[in-house]
Write a protein that binds this ligand. Structure first.
Ligand code: SF4
Ligand code: SF4
Length: 124
């Protein structure tokens, strides 16, 4: 895990992204998806660093996906350092962020509260 990369503007975990061998994270503007990313454009327009700093209840762009939305909600509740601590601990326990392509153990949660519980415990 490259903890220093933290989360992208949209809430995806640049710190665990398999592309981070070549990409220095969302803030470096090297993301291959940067041109079409609605969350990046909107956060820049609002002059905020990340969607988790935004006061709007929003499911635009990547926040339509359970993973980005769940990570964003987690940070709003518990803070970014707590999220990074959990992701680091879970990785050590064998939880994989990108297992097949861009899908891994944090994906496919229908209930955001279950995802938040999984982030906190590493158990599902
Ligand atoms: S490809 Fe996108 S999600 Fe992955 S590290 Fe780069 S900016 Fe982050
Ligand atoms: S309105 Fe939505 S996309 Fe825009 S900064 Fe806020 S949370 Fe992000």
């Amino acid at each position: 895990m490259k903890r220093e990369l933290g989360l992208g503007r949209c809430g995806l975990a640049c710190c665990l992204c398999k592309e981070n061998e070549h990409c220095n994270g969302c803030m470096s503007d090297q993301c291959p998806d940067r041109e079409w990313c609605i969350n990046r454009k909107c956060a820049i327009e609002k002059n905020i660093g990340h969607c988790y700093e935004c006061t709007e209840e929003c499911r635009k762009g990547l926040l339509g996906k359970s993973k980005s939305y769940g990570f964003t909600l987690f940070v709003k509740r518990y803070g970014i350092e707590e999220l990074l601590d959990c992701l680091e601990r879970n990785e050590e326990k064998g939880v994989v962020y990108h297992r097949e392509g861009i899908v891994g153990d944090y994906d496919d949660f229908d209930d955001v509260e279950k995802l938040i519980e999984f982030i906190r415990t590493g158990e599902r």
